[in-house]
Design a protein. Structure first.
Length: 75
């Protein structure tokens, strides 16, 4: 039998609410899942307007990293 851990949207949102913004790697370590799953799930939350995604240049290497933070509440 294969065990599959399920992650809720709240799991990812809580990881961001601890100290924001966080990188994909930081969220991955907090939640306990792959970076690929973090990007997939947080991209969905970006589409829903719950999370903001920022692409920044990676320090000391080529490429970029994503930083994620909670979207500001709309009043």
């Amino acid at each position: 039998m294969t065990f599959v851990k399920e992650f809720t949207d709240d799991t990812f949102l809580q990881a961001l609410s601890l100290t924001e913004p966080r990188t994909t790697s930081e969220v991955s370590k907090i939640v306990g899942c792959s970076k690929r799953l973090v990007e997939y799930r947080l991209d969905k939350l970006v589409e829903e307007g719950k999370v903001v995604k920022e692409q920044i240049k990676a320090s000391g290497r080529f490429g970029f990293v994503y930083k994620w933070k909670l979207a500001e509440a709309k009043e």
